[in-house]
Ligand binder design. Sequence first.
Ligand SMILES: Cc1cc2nc3c(=O)[nH]c(=O)nc-3n(C[C@H](O)[C@H](O)[C@H](O)COP(=O)(O)OP(=O)(O)OC[C@H]3O[C@@H](n4cnc5c(N)ncnc54)[C@H](O)[C@@H]3O)c2cc1C
Length: 422
Amino acid sequence: MSLNILIVGAGICGPALAMLLQKTNPQNNIKIVERFPSLRLAGQQVDLKTQAPHILRKMGLMDEIKSRCVNETGLEMVDSKGKQVAFFGASAAGESRPGLTSEHEIMRGDMVQVLYDASLKQDAEVRATSGGTAGVTYEFGQTITALNQSPNGVEVTFLDGQQARYDLVVAADGQGSRTRRLAFGKEVSDASFKSLGIHGGYFSIPRIQDEGSLARGHLAPGSRMIMTRTSDRPVTGVLLFTTKASPTLNAAYKESIEKQKEAFIEMFRDSDWQADRLMAGLAASEDFYAHELGQVKMDQLSTGRVVLLGDAGYCPSPFTGLGTNLCLMGAYVLAGELARQGNDVVGALKSYDEKMRPFIDDCQQYSPGTLSLFFPSSRLGIWSMLQLLRAVAKMSGLFSRSPKEDEHWKRIPEYPELKLTS
Ligand SMILES: Cc1cc2nc3c(=O)[nH]c(=O)nc-3n(C[C@H](O)[C@H](O)[C@H](O)COP(=O)(O)OP(=O)(O)OC[C@H]3O[C@@H](n4cnc5c(N)ncnc54)[C@H](O)[C@@H]3O)c2cc1C
């Protein structure tokens, strides 16, 4: 049976799901609406580990992804003069060494672009062979304003006042999902966001000569962490994090990007490593993105015929490095269950929920208490943390291929119904 499906959000999991749903059944009619006027390509590096490389391989996209991966060779922690105090190498696929860098890391924008392009390419091929009108269509600068459910479908009202009926609505609109709020109510939706007490700001600045393929990390007094990541790119990605309570930062998220920049400059202007360069770069940056880091924890991933996918349903937070992996796994399992039980959408959504729980639990193990250890406030606290990191770095050769990592691909459920390559 073919389905009329609306996906809200053209980030990472939206286009991935659209591809999988069309591959399963070329008669599925799939519309994706994206709030931004074009693809939203901002963001820094995202890790591809655990199940993600296997799913991308099944989708036939891993070669393209690999060709776009950045070449970061590890992380050095530096003091306020830029001198190395600890070094962590990159982890090969299947290894779980302490550190920041995985074998497969890609800029978020490249990842979004690869999935978007691949979904359009597949759509053109399907339309050419089937000659039908069903397919994948994107609408930018569009979102939804109301949802009305009946047992047989969901009536959706769009921003421009248009209305349409769908068999299934997928919320793929990220951590602050508006679709989640419309479907589950403001109270449930707001309560699902569990703050980690960390503010993060990400942006790109011009690269300087002494920056090589190593990422650099620095702990600054006042519970602040700064990272730069250059790899083999012409620009340097900067990540600013703080656990310091700040009503100014909290209030800024509801305001313009310029106000958010001002709030981050206020917080980091007296940090003791490269402050002048980083703050000038922040002020001039065109890709600044900031948010309060947190996890989304929902008791149910669906209500009626509306289902949550990716960060909208189970954001693990960028600090885990697992958001992209989990959202690709979600797209794969959701498409698989719909392919298997297409005549029973609600049943398929329940099975998706059950199958995803163990993966979600694995990825959401961090607690605010543990993370706060990485944000010492005083110079003595920073010195102690750096001694600890130095000792861990020296022992990192002892962390080898862990059996758990090897198990990742074996845990992926098989769905022959998805008609994928392997
Ligand atoms: C701008 C941006 C930068 C990011 N940078 C990083 C990073 O540097 N490191 C990292 O680990 N993770 C980053 N993330 C988060 C990361 O992309 C996700 O954790 C993960 O990949 C899961 O992706 P997703 O598709 O569920 O959500 P997202 O990648 O967040 O995509 C959600 C999409 O939905 C769109 N959207 C939002 N609201 C609506 C609405 N009401 N109607 C229609 N569309 C809507 C958004 O514009 C976006 O395109 C970033 C996300 C965004 C949006």
